[in-house]
Design a protein around this ligand. Structure first.
Ligand SMILES: *Cc1c(COP(=O)(O)O)cnc(C)c1O
Length: 426
């Protein structure tokens, strides 16, 4: 019987047997004991599944990864040390020196930097496209050496909504997978695999943890992309891996298991960006209430967006749940229950107004974080982007008076009262 996502949030992944602990055990152990070298040898040859060293795999992390795979409707998943590590591994698992990526230009700054600066040093190039581009423009971005397409369901911080079907169609027409970072909606509000995405990533640091406790990430494989059908593009999955006695991942583990097995066996082995079992345990506590928290974040986001829309000190509000937002139609399609609790808005008075407004907030805290139970605000011009002039900011689509507000789980009446007094004080 296929269970509701609400039930999967609570009960997915770990299913204890008779007399076993009710809560996920924290296996705080670097290593695992075997009776014979032969037993352990089979693990190193990927002939048997099991644990030998927590840099590659740990049972606590695997229980939590299995829950997230169920939530996203995937076949396999792995936890990573951060969202950055998740996106890097998802791309680097199928890209190498000489490969090319097509990516939405509307993505998280850290990911933009990862792809455009750091991966460029590895010989991997990128063409950025507007998430709103036409199918023709999108198709024109592909090259002979394109190996992946990347986008964010709801972009942080631009809050654009990705037309997942459009991007999936173009990716598949060119024989490559679509990777979607689904951090902001979470699988409670959108499951990109149902719309054609092949790989889904998250910064679990955000809503999944939801309490500002642990930095982490996850990669989920849909198990749908047919690597062997595009053998020449994906030699890492479709030709023998000499570091594991010539295993061909796509043959031995099939469509369902190849991607995550390779990412674990090669990338975790060599880069070691693992999540600690302690963090995975805390992440799971967050997941148990994700389906209860997300509707409240959405409710508060919408209430705040509607309030801000009516204020004379505010010239613009970005929130795809508002009927006159440019992304309303896409949000209705992909996010019918709402997107997330993050709203951005522009103050009429520019930089000076933003500085005053931020100073006067009493409940919303000034933080670079988003997607926490506690409401927080950020003015990029005076914090994360303070090296840029007002002209440069305007060019980058981040006006000096822009505020990003991540609505938490408090009573929306209190959030609005705080905003009201801070706006009046400008
Ligand atoms: C925060 C964030 C990341 C990076 O995640 P970390 O856990 O901070 O490494 C990636 N993508 C999106 C959409 C994010 O919001």
């Amino acid at each position: 019987m296929d269970q509701s996502i609400k039930t999967k949030c609570v009960q997915g992944g770990y299913r204890p047997g008779n007399g076993e602990p009710r809560q996920i055990p924290i296996i705080q152990s670097t290593t695992f004991k075997y009776n014979t070298s032969e037993d352990m040898g089979k693990l190193f040859d990927l002939e048997a599944s099991g644990y030998f060293y927590s840099r590659l795999q740990n049972p606590t992390c695997d229980f939590v990864a299995a829950k997230i795979a169920e939530l996203e409707g995937g076949t396999a998943a792995m936890l990573t040390s951060s969202g950055q590590a998740a996106n890097f591994f998802a791309l680097f698992n199928i890209c190498e020196c000489g490969s090319h990526i097509v990516a939405s230009s509307s993505i998280y700054g850290g990911t933009f930097n990862l792809i455009s600066v750091t991966m460029a040093k590895m010989g991997i190039t990128v063409t950025f496209v507007s998430p709103d581009c036409s199918e023709e423009e999108l198709n024109a971005a592909f090259q002979e050496n394109t190996r992946a397409v990347f986008g964010e369901t709801i972009a942080n911080p631009a809050l654009t909504v990705l037309d997942i079907e459009k991007f999936a169609k173009a990716a598949h027409a060119h024989g490559v997978p679509l990777i979607v970072d689904n951090t902001f909606p979470t699988p409670v509000n959108c499951r990109p695999i149902e719309w054609g995405a092949d790989i889904v990533t998250h910064s679990t640091t955000k809503y999944m943890d939801g309490h500002g406790s642990c930095v982490g990430g996850v990669i989920v494989d849909s198990g749908k992309f047919d690597w062997m059908a595009h053998k020449d593009k994906f030699p890492g999955l479709c030709t023998p891996d000499d570091s594991y006695h010539g295993i061909v991942y796509a043959e031995k583990f099939g469509k369902e298991g190849a991607f995550i097995t390779k990412a674990t066996a090669q990338l975790m082995r060599d880069f070691g960006c693992t999540q600690s079992p302690q963090s995975a345990f805390i992440l799971n506590l967050g997941l148990e209430s994700l389906h209860v928290r997300m509707p409240r974040h959405v409710e508060n986001g919408l209430a705040v967006a509607k309030f801000l829309k009516e204020q004379p000190q505010v010239v613009k509000v970005n929130y795809s749940g508002l009927e006159d937002d440019p992304y309303y139609a896409l949000a209705q399609k992909y996010l019918p229950q709402g997107g997330c609790g993050v709203v951005s808005f522009e103050l009429a008075g520019g930089r000076a107004a933003a500085e005053k407004f931020m100073k006067n907030l009493k409940l919303a805290a000034i933080e670079t974080h988003v997607a926490d139970a506690r409401t927080c605000c950020l003015n990029p011009a005076t914090s994360t982007h303070r090296q840029m002039t007002d002209e440069q900011l305007a060019e980058a689509g981040i006006p000096a008076g822009l505020i990003r507000m991540s609505c938490g789980l408090e009573d929306s009446a209190d959030l609005i009262a705080d905003l009201k007094q801070a706006l009046e004080a400008i």
